[in-house]
Ligand binder design. Structure first.
Ligand code: FAD
Length: 584
């Protein structure tokens, strides 16, 4: 923890995810005294464990293939008029500038020529088959962070080789799918990690930071270079309001309540409420649980939402999350513990399908993880037999393809897996009939569904759900499989199933904000001095998820908006707001 933090600042930022840290750096560069408060003993939040990708329409690599009008058309179709046009336009105009700003901070984003990553709604006007999702380059030497290296929230095990060696998305994809040259990638990664003898003597943590850790590591480095304080173990409890404007926060720090003044304003960047059972039940209903979320445990419990509501903020999209099906993977490192991990890509691979608990398919399995979650919700409402549902696959899938943290059977055969995984996490049976019995799905229904799916696979056309009909649907298939890269029969035993829960990557509803990230009252007036960005705020994406990187992209873009507004807004307390609140 930095010890040089005073109590008076121009801007206090609550939460050390990507948006919060970027806001602090931007504010500092504009001449403001900024501080970041973080309730956890680790910085980085969900942003640190993420893929680090950002969705940037009309970025430089798309010249001639994208335009602000195409991006607007696409976003309007995605958000279905639920988000004001000014906010969408701000995102479209400013997101490319975010990439330049990150680059100036030494955090390089690029579009990979092969991993182009398609937009999530391929049939919407303005959708692109790739290029809007940008990946972050590794931070090769995390030790430039000094002691702060150890306080960075670590990436999840599934993003590392042997739970040790950091991989970027390109390396991860080469290894998981054993693309040409994968052995070289493996050899180089092992050599680099084990050859770093000085580091190995001190820690098992890889000094090379990739994906979300590269982004957060890069932002922390920029903060250190500027001397911007980051106070860990410091929890924002409430907002301070003076003469009708937000002028600071009360924090609990090392057991003591303390007030931090913010002369210009407070930026809430404290994440969603995905880890609060109470708020989940109130706003999302009972079909999902924080336990199934792929986000870190405990911290994102809606503190920012509650604090803003307590002073009269309006809210938006409280019933929405960035949905993703998750699987419950037993931990091999810590006995008796499980972790929920998002199933991002595997649903697109051949020799697999998803069924509800009636044994019936309910959607095109290859849609984006967010749409898959929405399909689970719809089917649950319709049949009462979804959430959880089942991912079913055959021996050919198991041999060839990875699944969550599970490597393909050709690399990690069943005999090498812990015996207690079977019929607990990974259900296995010699026949479909036996498998149906084990997972409690009607035997005949599952057999009928698989028989029908196999006929579609042989023809290479999914008449029921259009799996493989669009560029997104094909992207995560197996290019070496034909006639369709995503449709393949389930015909070779043994047969397997894993349970899919309705998980998420965070909630996306909270205080309603305008295009300057200012928090609005129910009457639509800005609350002077209060801003919200990232998952704590009602999302600029409404109920949609336009493409990979839309959450970090919007969090950081609106961090820039908040700081710009702090600089330009004169401190006029809004009269309507003043009438409604009293200073504590
Ligand atoms: P966070 O990053 O969670 O930061 C919020 C911080 O606020 C936390 O550190 C928390 O401890 C702190 N906090 C909370 N309450 C308080 C309080 N009272 N006082 C002080 N501090 C507080 N999105 C993408 O765009 N691209 C990706 O590639 C991507 N990959 C993902 C992969 C995984 C496995 C997961 C789980 C998510 C992924 N996401 C991705 C989603 C993305 O990570 C989140 O939506 C995003 O990080 C949310 O950012 P945030 O700043 O709002 O919240």
């Amino acid at each position: 923890m930095d010890n040089n933090a005073g109590e008076n600042f121009d801007v206090v930022i609550v939460g050390s995810g990507a948006g919060g840290m970027l806001a602090a750096i931007r504010a500092h560069d504009a001449g403001l005294r900024a501080v970041v408060v973080e309730k956890s003993d680790r910085y980085g939040g969900t942003s640190a464990v993420s893929g680090g990708a950002i969705w940037i329409p009309n970025n430089r690599s798309l010249q001639g293939r994208d335009s602000p009008s195409m991006a607007m058309e696409y976003l309007k179709a995605c958000t279905e008029n639920a988000v004001p046009e000014a906010k969408l336009r701000y995102y479209v105009d400013m997101a490319p500038q975010l990439v330049d700003y990150l680059s100036a901070l030494g955090i390089k984003y690029y579009v990979h020529p092969e991993l182009t990553y398609p937009d999530y709604y391929p049939k919407h006007p303005g959708a692109l088959p790739g290029g809007r999702t940008m990946f972050v380059a590794p931070l090769e030497d995390g030790h430039v962070l000094g002691e702060e290296f150890y306080r960075l929230r670590e990436s999840y095990p599934e993003f590392k080789l042997m739970n040790r060696i950091s991989l970027d998305l390109e390396e991860g994809s080469a290894l998981l799918y054993r693309k040409p040259g994968w052995l070289g990638v493996l050899g180089r990664a092992m050599l680099r990690y084990w050859g770093d003898i000085g580091c190995r003597r001190r820690t098992r943590r890889d000094r090379r930071l990739t994906i979300g850790n590269a982004l957060i590591g890069g932002l922390r480095k920029a903060m250190l270079e500027r001397g911007i304080p980051l106070l860990l173990n410091t929890c924002m409890k409430e907002l301070v309001v003076t003469d009708g404007r937000v002028t600071g926060v009360v924090v609990l720090r090392e057991g003591r309540r303390q007030t931090l003044s913010a002369h210009k304003g407070v930026i809430l960047a404290s994440g969603g409420f995905e880890q609060s059972t109470e708020l989940r039940e109130r706003h999302l209903g009972h079909q999902s649980s924080g336990e199934w979320s792929a986000t870190p445990r405990d911290n994102n419990v809606g503190d920012g939402l509650r604090a803003a509501q307590a002073i009269g903020a309006d809210t938006a999209f409280l019933d929405q999350a960035w949905w993703a099906p998750t699987i419950r993977m037993p931990s091999q490192q810590a006995p008796n513990t499980n972790r929920h991990m998002a199933l991002f890509f595997e649903r697109g691979l051949p020799h697999s399908l998803c069924v509800n608990r009636n044994g019936v398919r309910f959607t095109n399995e290859t849609c984006s993880y967010h749409q898959f979650g929405q399909a689970m919700l719809r089917d649950q409402a319709l049949t009462g037999a979804n959430s959880p549902c089942w991912f079913v696959f055959d021996g050919e899938f198991r041999r060839k393809y990875p699944l969550g943290g599970l490597l393909p059977g050709s690399v990690a055969p069943d005999a090498t897996l812990p015996p207690d995984w079977f019929d607990n996490f990974l259900y296995r049976a010699d026949s479909l009939h036996q498998l149906a019995g084990k997972i409690g799905v009607p035997t005949d229904a599952l057999a009928d569904t698989v028989a029908k799916f196999n006929r579609c696979s042989e023809a290479g056309v999914d008449k029921d759900f259009g799996r493989g009909d669009d560029f997104y649907s094909r992207y995560f298939g197996d290019p070496s499989h034909g006639p369709s890269r995503t449709l393949g029969s389930l015909a070779k035993g043994p047969y397997y199933a894993v349970r899919l829960d309705l998980g998420d990557l965070g909630t996306k509803g909270g205080p309603k904000t305008d295009e300057s990230a200012r928090v609005l009252t129910v009457g639509g007036a800005p609350i002077p001095g209060l801003y919200a960005i990232g998952n704590v705020a009602g999302s600029v994406m409404g109920g949609s998820y336009p493409g990979a990187g839309a959450t970090l992209g919007s969090s950081m873009t609106f961090a820039m908006a908040a700081v710009n507004s702090l600089l330009t807004q004169q401190d006029q307390a809004d009269e309507r707001f003043e009438e409604r609140i009293t200073a504590p």
